[in-house]
Design a binder for this molecule. Structure first.
Ligand SMILES: NC(=O)c1ccc[n+]([C@@H]2O[C@H](COP(=O)([O-])OP(=O)(O)OC[C@H]3O[C@@H](n4cnc5c(N)ncnc54)[C@H](OP(=O)(O)O)[C@@H]3O)[C@@H](O)[C@H]2O)c1
Length: 349
């Protein structure tokens, strides 16, 4: 009966009107506060771009922030005065647009999909997150129209290996960005754990430094999806290796521990959970407990016990040097990829 009274299309339309009203309300709040609402565009919105949007939507959602005004009126000094309230995402294929809409459907905040319409999306934006594959940056950013669309805006690049200077030379092929009114490029390196809000994002310190408000905004965006550190841009390739590639390295360690347990008869499914939780617990001791990893290691190493026996096997196998070398190698490859070199992995040994 209730179904007859409220068919699907009525419910959908009602919800759409509700979402529009909520957006209007947010925009008006910002306007009354004397601030035009900020528009954030993800230029190339794939896995990471969608994870960033979903982190932001989570923190803007009324269930997370009981009073909507709280999202706009900063509660702590690290929150920027102006937060984005309008969002758009650029893709090339209709199925990508649908994937984004589906993944973000649970939030009240809505995203506008721009399919093969980058220019319009950047023109409408105040802040742009460049989230395409590194090799597409040139095609997407090159051109007079895109340069003027980016004028006076903040472009946050999450592209692995691509430096701020390289992006600047794509946008401004005839010379450096104008000191006033040019596009401000910021480099940030999140990781795949952004999808579970556990990213480790490294933001490159800008030279000259960003304005306080822009700095707060960039930091705010990435703290929606995990932790943030700020480091000089010279460290970015090593950070890409440590944090960007890191989940891959850690996953191998996790799999190896599982393989050992399965070999000794532990059921596979439980072994994955146990290994993953053991890793999480260990990182918790370091991150929340503030313990040095050497102390954690020492605490579990009972004289004559099983842990020391296992550890010595790891040392004999050169695990420490091997992992450190993997990070060093990935750093070098990241730097060469950033220079546009292809097939780097096949040429270094
Ligand atoms: N994944 C990681 O662990 C990681 C870690 C750190 C940094 N990064 C960096 O993050 C960036 C994105 O990675 P990802 O894994 O999210 O990639 P992805 O899933 O492949 O996303 C790329 C997106 O760009 C869109 N796109 C392609 N061509 C476009 C164009 N001409 N105009 C507008 N949009 C276009 C694609 O949409 P269509 O498919 O519809 O074309 C897709 O949605 C990469 O540069 C990567 O280096 C990734």
């Amino acid at each position: 009966m209730a179904r007859d009274l409220a068919p699907d299309w009525i419910l959908k339309e009602t919800m759409a009107i509700q979402a529009q009203s909520a957006q209007w309300f947010k925009d008006k709040q910002a306007e009354f506060a004397g601030e035009k609402p900020l528009t954030l565009t993800v230029l190339g919105c794939g896995d990471l771009g969608t994870a960033i949007l979903s982190g932001i939507f989570d923190s803007l959602s009324p269930s997370d922030v009981p009073d909507q005004a709280k999202a706009l009126a900063p509660a702590d000094p690290s929150t920027p005065a102006r937060l984005p309230t309008r969002f758009s995402a650029c893709v090339t294929r209709p199925e990508s647009g649908k994937r984004i809409q589906d993944e973000l459907a649970k939030y009240e905040t809505k995203v506008t999909i721009h399919e093969n319409n980058n220019l319009q999306a950047v023109q409408d934006a105040d802040v742009v997150i460049l989230g395409c594959k590194p090799e597409l940056a040139e095609r997407i950013l090159r051109g007079n129209e895109m340069r003027s669309a980016l004028q006076g805006k903040v472009l946050i690049s999450i592209l692995a290996g691509v430096t701020e200077a390289q992006l600047s030379s794509i946008i401004y092929p005839k010379g450096p960005a104008p000191a006033f009114g040019g596009c401000r490029i910021v480099r940030a390196m999140p990781n795949i754990a952004a999808t579970v809000r556990e990213s480790m994002t490294v933001i490159a310190k800008s030279d000259p430094p960003l304005s306080e408000e822009t700095d707060k905004l960039v930091t705010w965006i990435f703290t929606r999806i995990g932790r943030v550190v700020h480091l000089p841009s010279e460290n970015m390739d090593a950070c890409t290796a440590l944090c960007g590639s890191g989940p891959g390295f850690v996953a191998i360690m996790l799999e190896s521990m599982v393989a050992g347990a399965v070999a000794m008869g532990v059921p596979r499914e439980e072994a994955y959970i146990m290994a993953a939780q053991t890793m999480r617990g260990t990182t918790g001791l370091v991150l929340q407990g503030g313990e040095h990893p050497a102390l954690v290691r020492d605490r579990v190493m009972t004289p004559g016990g099983c842990t020391v026996g296992g550890m010595l096997v790891l040392e004999e196998g050169g695990l420490r040097g091997t992992i450190a070398k993997a990070v060093r190698e990935a750093t070098v490859v990241a730097s060469q990829l950033g220079e546009g070199k292809q097939g780097v992995n096949g040429t270094r040994f």
